[in-house]
Design a protein around this ligand. Sequence first.
Ligand SMILES: NC(=O)c1ccc[n+]([C@@H]2O[C@H](COP(=O)([O-])OP(=O)(O)OC[C@H]3O[C@@H](n4cnc5c(N)ncnc54)[C@H](OP(=O)(O)O)[C@@H]3O)[C@@H](O)[C@H]2O)c1
Length: 284
Amino acid sequence: MKKVLVTGSNGQLGTYVVDQLNSDFLVIPSEKMGINSIKLDITSRKNVSEVLKKYDPDVVINCAALTNVDACERFKDKAQQINVVGLKNIVNLSTKKTKIIQVSTDYVFDGKEKMYFEDSIPNPINVYGRTKLEAENFLRGSNKDFLILRTSSVFSHDFNSFFHWVYNNLLMKNKIKVASDMFSTPTWSRSLAVAIQKSIIMNLSGLYHYAGLNPISRLHFSKLICRYFNLDESLLIASKSIDMNFVAKRPVLSNISSKKIEKEICFASLNTEHCLRQISNLIS
Ligand SMILES: NC(=O)c1ccc[n+]([C@@H]2O[C@H](COP(=O)([O-])OP(=O)(O)OC[C@H]3O[C@@H](n4cnc5c(N)ncnc54)[C@H](OP(=O)(O)O)[C@@H]3O)[C@@H](O)[C@H]2O)c1
């Protein structure tokens, strides 16, 4: 059985990945989960080296990151350490046989195109996107077997995400401003975990996108959340992205196509409404 080390295993995606992979692989979560768990700070060379030596994984899935886009802009050094140096440590300290799966982002693009593909030219407009692209480029330039999987607006009901923020605020009857001009392809973390599982089984290497099927604005997504969870749509205040007081610039269009990976792993990108229906079944 392949040994798979998951970094950032307490985060949104890491948690779903650990859960999804458990049936097929010997999963080593990096943080405080179950008896096999270990504590791993990817910015520490010493820590990464000890963990890699001890567990000697066949695959490392790097789900660890500083994902708060505004925090990355405010704390550039911290973003660099976690998003770039962390991956470099994993690459430099792992053995030749270890495959590295790096989860990356639609924010490597500038948001000027309606749809981004694997051969689209990256042009990040904020620190988060720049650090994630630097990590991608480092991995591509290494001699490792790698898979870079870019995704978009990951959501789940039980972790911090746009869905979670909208759902909780509306549940508490708070009015919230949501942008009508910001589009992405929202990705349910469970479906992304399945895509990662299938990518390992198919031994996929290179650069791929996996995200939700349909480009959708934040406002439209919020309205769907109202519909599927019976929440009050009148609490949504339609706004423009320039009125949102973000610290970091964001690409207004960050839609990525999953067509390339769908064929390889025989797993379709999912429609947002389908995912919301599944979540409503889970939490009702
Ligand atoms: N969320 C999105 O919308 C989105 C969109 C596109 C791509 N992605 C990518 O998807 C991946 C997973 O994101 P996510 O949504 O699961 O984010 P998340 O919930 O913020 O999880 C990130 C995890 O990384 C951990 N971490 C931070 N610094 C670390 C360090 N030095 N060593 C080890 N672990 C560390 C965090 O732990 P603490 O919480 O304890 O700091 C957290 O558990 C990331 O690579 C992200 O760039 C996410």
